[in-house]
Structures are given as structure tokens and as C-alpha cells.
Write a new protein. Structure first.
Length: 439
């Protein structure tokens, strides 16, 4: 029997365990390691999820202890199981692993995809922050207009009590409150719920798939980070970001997504340099010539743009896009520039608690504020930082209604961003053709 460590970030790692390692007598999983997300280590993957071979569950350790754990537990195999990581960093982890005496593997993407009795459309990306969520919402709109029963299944974000998150179903905003969703979860679930669709998420995606199939004609896999789908797709849509041209071949497993794409959506064409759009197109054509390429805009929408003009604004952007997504701006900055803000307020002198730690880890964030909210304490830190920052106005470009989560002592203008086709064929035309329904 081989001793195994699974490296992860509370998502792909748990799924790989469930479908590959849980009932496999060849392996003994001695632990998970955790990174990227604050405070997800120090927990235990619970016994009721671990199967009969792990009656006490499986400990989750900090990623920083990897080499120590390999030696302590005489580990034979390390399975790399998280996403949005530069290729060279993956190989640094491989080098540390093999030097410590263990083998290093990445499990094949199709091997871990569960087959569904329903049609599945997946929406993935080559990086965090490319625009998966708005593309997924567009797919849902198209399917709803076709009269289909649509269920969205979101890539896992189980950052709390895992025993309470095995299968989660969200059909109203009350569900977000009752299930104690973090800001990061609300950012993904709330806009879909507002469209009248049901969202599933959790930990055990075999059980989640069974539940989703009972109320869906079509399942939309809404990917996280740049991870590959957990369900086998009938149509695999992958989103690209020309603001980060070149990243599509430099990050794991985003390059895998590019190679598996049926449809490649080059997003943000309305705000990107044309030569960068063309660079991404050429990369797709070179590496996956069979993929259908669609150009799309990320339309920035503000209810009352006149409120922005001449103001000193604090821009609050989507958290993961700024942190491990490495973006230096998002829709909030675009709105500030487009609608005449006088300047951007710098939140760094006012950072509280965990937000100060976030900026130490990701110093490239600069004068923006990521909507970090992985815990109640971090949400309080976000609220205090916003309220102490000297500005005239808060531009909230997180996908949720920020004022429903934190109490802000200054005016808030919400910035939304939505998918818009920029070329032919449109996304709707492709979906209808692939599902066998004439337009």
C-alpha cells in the first residue's frame, strides 16, 4: 500500500480523493495540504465523507509542511490537486516532492469527470477572473429561453464545516444566509439565484450530480479558478482573457482547458488591445485548431454613472481575481476611468487585520481593495477598512450586493459586468446547434 498526500485548496483535492483514492485499497491517504484560501488548513476531512477506510477522517495540513510530512509519514506519492498555478511553481513542488523521496502526479482531467444522464455544458477558463461567471449566466439565459430546466453546479468552495456542506442547494437569498455563505460563495451563487436558477455546490460531487439530475434537463458546470470540469461535458466552453495574453500556456491547468475546449470565448474584447486579442486567437488556433472561437465583450454597467464623475473613489473588486488571479484592475477601475472619477483612493493606510496580511501576500494589488470575506472575521476587517478609508464614494465591482453583507458609512455605486457577443457565431447559436435545436 502506498502512502499518499493530496495537495489542494478545498476543492479539486477533495474531488480527486472522492473519485480516485477513497475506496482504492492500493492507497492510504495520510493527509491533505491546503493553500491559496485563508484558514482552510487545521481541519479534518470528516469520516462520513472519507469512507470506511478512514474512520477518524483525514487531517488537513498547511502546504508549507509538505516536505516535513513526506518524511514523517514515509509518503510514496504526492497528488497535485489545485489550480491557477504557474507551470514553474508546479514543477518546484514536484522537485521538492521527489527530492524528499516521493513520486509526484497530476491525475488526468477526463479520468475524474463524472458522467451524467443529462446534457452538461461546462464553462471553464485559462485563468481566474477571465469572465466564467458572466459567461455561465449567459448560457443559463439561453437555456431558459429554450424552455429547458437548468441547474447550475458550481465548483466547490467548502470553507466551513465540511459535514454541513456535503450537498448544498441554493434557490433563494435566504439560503445564502441560512448556509452561512462567505462573500466568495455569494459572489458566485447570488447572481444565478437572481435569474431564477438553482445552484448546487458542496463537497461530494457524485451525490451533488445525483441531486441535480432530478430537477434538470441541462446542467451548467460553473468552473472555479482555471480548473477542469468535474462532470463530463457535452459542450466544453473555455474563457480567455486578452488582458493577460500568454497566460493561457503558462498556468496549470488552464492550458489543459485550452486543449480540451470545444468553444473558446475570448472575453473583454471591448477593453483589451486588439493586438492582444489577436495574440490569444493565434495561440488557440495553434494549440486547438478545432475549437470554435467566439469574441465577447465584458459590458460594464452602472445605474447612475454621473455619481462617479469628479469623485475620489474606493474601488472594491472581486477578491480571487486580484489575489491568485494576479489582475491589477477589474470592472471597477474600468468604470472609474470611463465615467470620470477624479482619482482612486488608496486603501492601504487603512487596512485591518487579515486584509493587511492579504496585501503582504499579494503586493501587486496596489490601490484597489479585494472583497475578501472567507470568514466572519475577514468580513468585519473588510467593513472596517472601507469605513475608515478617505473617499467620496465606494465603487463596488464585486458581483454581489456588498451592502447586504457589510454596513458602509459612505455612498456605494454598484458596478455590474455582463457577457455580450462581439462576433459570429454567437454563443447562443453555438449552444442551439450543439443541442440540436435550430435557431
Amino acid at each position: 500500500m502506498e502512502n499518499v498526500i493530496i495537495m489542494g485548496a478545498a476543492g479539486r483535492d477533495f474531488h480527486n480523493f472522492n473519485v480516485y483514492f477513497r475506496d482504492n485499497d492500493r492507497y492510504d491517504v495520510v493527509g491533505f495540504t491546503a493553500t491559496q484560501i485563508p484558514d482552510i488548513d487545521g481541519r479534518v476531512y470528516p469520516a462520513q465523507l472519507s469512507g470506511k477506510r478512514y474512520p477518524e477522517g483525514i487531517p488537513i495540513y498547511p502546504d508549507s509542511r509538505l516536505v516535513e510530512l513526506i518524511k514523517q509519514h514515509r509518503v510514496d506519492l504526492v497528488a497535485f490537486s489545485y489550480s491557477d498555478v504557474p507551470h514553474d511553481e508546479v514543477m518546484h513542488k514536484a522537485s521538492q516532492t521527489t527530492a524528499a523521496g516521493a513520486d509526484f502526479i497530476i491525475i488526468g482531467a477526463p479520468y475524474t469527470m463524472l458522467a451524467s444522464s443529462r446534457k452538461v455544458i461546462s464553462v471553464c477558463a485559462v485563468r481566474t477572473g477571465c469572465g466564467k461567471s458572466q459567461t455561465s449566466r449567459k448560457v443559463i439565459q439561453v437555456l431558459q429561453a429554450m424552455g429547458k430546466r437548468v441547474v447550475s453546479v458550481r465548483h466547490p468552495m467548502p470553507y466551513g464545516d465540511l459535514t454541513q456542506q456535503i450537498v448544498q442547494r441554493f434557490a433563494s437569498r435566504d439560503d445564502l444566509v441560512s448556509q452561512r455563505c462567505t462573500i466568495e460563495e455569494r459572489e458566485e451563487y447570488e447572481p444565478v439565484i437572481d435569474m431564477g436558477a438553482v445552484v448546487y455546490a458542496g463537497v461530494d460531487y457524485g451525490l451533488i450530480l445525483e441531486a441535480a439530475e432530478k430537477e434538470a434537463d441541462v446542467i451548467v458546470w460553473d468552473g472555479g479558478n482555471n480548473d477542469t470540469p468535474f462532470f463530463k461535458p457535452d459542450l466544453n466552453i473555455v474563457v480567455f482573457d486578452p488582458h493577460r495574453a500568454g497566460h493561457e500556456t503558462r498556468y496549470h491547468p488552464g492550458e489543459t482547458n485550452m486543449l480540451m475546449a470545444d468553444v473558446a470565448v475570448i472575453n473583454k474584447v471591448d477593453s483589451a488591445e486588439p493586438e492582444k486579442v489577436e495574440q490569444v486567437r493565434k495561440t488557440i488556433k495553434k494549440n486547438n485548431p478545432e475549437a470554435i472561437i467566439i469574441l465577447a465583450d465584458s459590458a460594464v454597467l452602472v445605474d447612475d454613472p454621473d455619481l462617479i464623475r469628479g469623485k475620489r473613489v474606493l474601488v472594491v473588486e472581486d477578491g480571487p481575481t486580484l489575489t491568485h488571479g494576479e489582475m491589477t484592475y477589474g470592472a471597477g477601475v474600468i468604470a472609474a476611468r470611463r465615467f470620470g472619477a477624479a482619482s482612486l483612493a488608496d486603501p492601504r493606510p487603512y487596512l485591518k487585520g487579515t486584509l493587511a496580511e492579504t496585501f503582504q501576500t499579494y503586493p501587486h494589488i496596489g490601490t484597489l481593495l479585494p472583497a475578501m470575506g472567507y470568514s466572519p472575521g475577514q468580513i468585519k476587517d473588510l467593513e472596517a477598512t472601507i469605513n475608515d478609508c478617505l473617499c467620496d464614494l465606494v465603487l463596488s465591482a464585486t458581483p454581489i450586493d456588498l451592502t447586504a453583507v457589510v454596513s458602509v458609512n459612505k455612498p456605494v455605486v454598484r458596478v455590474r459586468y455582463e457577457y455580450r457577443d462581439n462576433s459570429k457565431p454567437t454563443l447562443e447559436e453555438v449552444i442551439r446547434e450543439k443541442l440540436g435545436v435550430s435557431i
